[in-house]
Design a protein around this ligand. Structure first.
Ligand code: GLC
Length: 512
């Protein structure tokens, strides 16, 4: 079980309103207490922060906002002392436009080797005044930006994030250097950003834009006809990374962020000589229904078992609405998020939990002027972006900044009313979401860690999902009415149980 730390929002040690590496170090006991096996840190490298640090201007140095390389080494040592693994986030699809390579590319002429590290093309139209193809950027607007000399460059994300050309051996060699830099320092592994996007199709053809799901349809998986993603030769790059990982002592790993059309396409990323893990986003996508949950689980288990890989279950991260909010918010949203967590944590395979999920935090409605996500600007103020799930973690106290920082203002404002949600408030309360996670992780270790029992579906009526793993029986009631509670000793439930019944929006772990 890996915990995702969003470093700008986790803990601020120097009082500038931004979280940092020393802040993580000071709060490591929270992770030990929770019972996780390790943590993944979202990017903390040098960055102008045009996309929350996913615009990297120096991938082998720490941004002063987050500290220094010495702070990283200290964090790594402190984590390893506590037997926590540390996974760092590598962003291979693009660099920041402030990276020295891109600065050199700007200074060089069209057609130069400096430009060949990125994806520069001539435009269409008589004056080359039209973008080279019709691709949109993920953050809105076209995926091309024109320079004064007439050349266009590709940015699948923000214009400050020019895409790299992975067919260029120089790019491949540079990333091998970056991987080795962090492995040599002692990192246990990598989360690979946009692992499905590194390979671009030959000739960069137009495609039918109607295959892109509208924002209103949610963060749906890309269509197989969206040629920007999941191209065949991307697998060569993951095989090369795996060779580097396997050349190191101890167990080093990589988990991919791969948004692809279905579980079968996903499984291709975790074939024997590729990535070790890849996020199964099916539970993030699943609506609140027994059918959707069963299908998400079944599809993933079937596809992954065909390549003899394990599933990596996710309910949230820094890019999607928090589960509490996705499931409707308020008391009901929280009840469902707690129930979903008991499903997630009892499934076979790895689980990733995003910081704040263990506290049952909801998204925050931020005022327009507080928004930092480039999506807000690029969508012409129609899509508020991802800041709502990135608000800093409340540690203690009854008013902002809740022990996150000593500064009065934090990089994203924290709301009133989070006193009961702080780590300090939840730690002593046996009914809290934090206590639920802690207990679930203890049981997961004692009941499921050894032998990794397979999942066997149990016949369940209507809106219930039920499965057995060894001695453990898991039942989720995703319906609106209570259902009969099966026989067995109740080990844990996500909410209060009725008299021999499992209420709506509740999950239970039973033994026997
Ligand atoms: C990934 C990251 C996201 C970022 C994007 C571009 O999807 O998780 O936060 O904006 O890549 O790097």
């Amino acid at each position: 079980m890996i915990y995702q730390v969003y470093p700008r929002s986790f803990a601020d040690s120097d009082g500038d309103g931004n979280g940092d590496l020393s802040g993580i170090c000071e709060r490591l006991d929270h992770l030990v207490d929770l019972g996780v096996d390790g943590f993944w840190i979202s990017p903390f490298y040098r960055s102008p922060m045009a996309d929350g640090g996913y615009d990297v201007s120096d991938p082998t140095d720490v941004d002063p906002m987050f500290g220094t390389l010495d702070d990283f080494d200290a964090l790594l040592a402190a984590a390893h002392e506590r037997r926590l693994k540390v996974i760092v986030d590598i962003v291979p699809n693009h660099f920041s436009d402030q990276h020295v390579w891109f600065q050199q590319a700007l200074a060089a002429a069209p057609g130069s080797p400096q430009r060949a590290r990125f994806i520069f093309r001539r435009g269409r139209g008589e004056q080359a005044e039209l973008p080279p193809n019709n691709w949109p950027s993920v953050f809105g607007g076209p995926a091309w930006h024109r320079l004064p000399d007439g050349d266009w460059y590709l940015h699948l994300f923000a214009p400050e994030q020019p895409d790299l050309d992975w067919t260029n051996p120089e790019v491949q060699a540079e990333f091998e250097r970056i991987f080795r830099f962090w492995l040599d320092r002692g990192a246990d592994g990598f989360r690979i950003d946009v692992a499905h996007g590194l390979a671009k199709p030959e000739g960069l053809p137009d495609f039918d834009l109607s295959v892109i799901p509208s924002h209103a349809e949610g963060a749906a998986m890309p269509s197989p006809h969206d040629v920007r993603w999941d191209r065949e030769h991307v697998h060569d790059y993951h095989r090369a990374l795996r060779t580097v990982l396997d050349s190191y002592e101890g167990s080093r790993m990589a988990v991919g962020e791969t948004w692809v059309p279905d579980a079968e396409r996903l499984a291709r990323y975790v074939r024997k000589d590729e990535l070790n893990l890849t996020f199964n986003f099916d539970l993030v996508e699943a609506e609140w229904s027994a059918v959707a949950f069963r299908k998400a689980i079944d599809d993933a288990l079937t596809a992954m078992s065909e390549v003899e890989a394990v599933c990596t279950w996710v309910l949230g991260n820094h890019d999607v609405d928090r589960p509490v909010t996705r499931y409707g918010g308020g008391v009901r949203g929280l009840a469902r998020a707690r129930a979903a967590a008991l499903v997630q944590l009892s499934l076979p395979g790895a689980a990733y939990v995003y910081n704040g999920e263990e506290l049952g935090l909801p998204n925050v409605d931020l005022p327009d002027e507080a928004l930092k996500d480039p999506t807000w600007q690029r969508s012409g103020h129609t899509d508020r972006g991802r800041d709502g799930e990135r608000v800093p973690i409340p540690w203690s106290g009854t008013s902002p900044p809740y022990g996150f920082s000593t500064a009065a203002t934090t990089w994203l404002p924290m709301p009133e009313g989070w006193g009961p949600l702080t780590v300090a408030a939840q730690r002593e309360d046996p009914e809290s979401t934090l206590s639920l996670f802690r207990r679930a992780l203890q049981l997961r270790r004692s009941l499921l860690a050894f032998g990794n029992p397979a999942l066997d579906w149990v016949d369940a009526p209507g809106e219930t999902v039920a499965y057995r793993r060894g001695d453990l029986l898991v039942v989720l009631n995703a319906g609106a009415e209570p259902v009969r509670l099966p026989a067995g000793e109740v080990l844990l439930s996500s909410g209060p149980l009725g008299d021999a019944t499992l209420p709506a929006d509740t999950a239970v772990w039973l033994q026997g």
